[in-house]
Design a protein around this ligand. Structure first.
Ligand code: FES
Length: 82
């Protein structure tokens, strides 16, 4: 899906760039401008920035939830006899 009509940035390119930024710096502050810069683009009309900001926030929430999820492998272990 195209998320920026000026640059034709896709949601996949956005997600890939967010992942790349976080690999370089897990504590990075990710902004639409940083994503554009990383993709070699510049914000043009700015009409997509709110959407891109929301998509970045959703991506980060999803990553945090995955990192905080309990390890399911422990649930697969047989219970010790009491
Ligand atoms: S729609 Fe993204 S900069 Fe214009």
């Amino acid at each position: 899906m195209i998320v920026c009509s000026c640059t034709r940035m896709t949601d996949q390119a956005l997600a890939d760039e967010v992942a790349r930024i976080l690999r370089e710096d897990p504590q990075a502050l990710i902004t639409p401008g940083r994503v554009f810069h990383g993709l070699g683009e510049r914000i043009q009309c700015g009409g997509c920035c709110r959407l891109i900001d929301m998509l970045i926030a959703a991506d980060l929430r999803q990553r945090r939830a995955a990192a905080d999820a309990p390890n399911d492998s422990a649930a697969d272990l047989p219970m010790a006899a009491e």
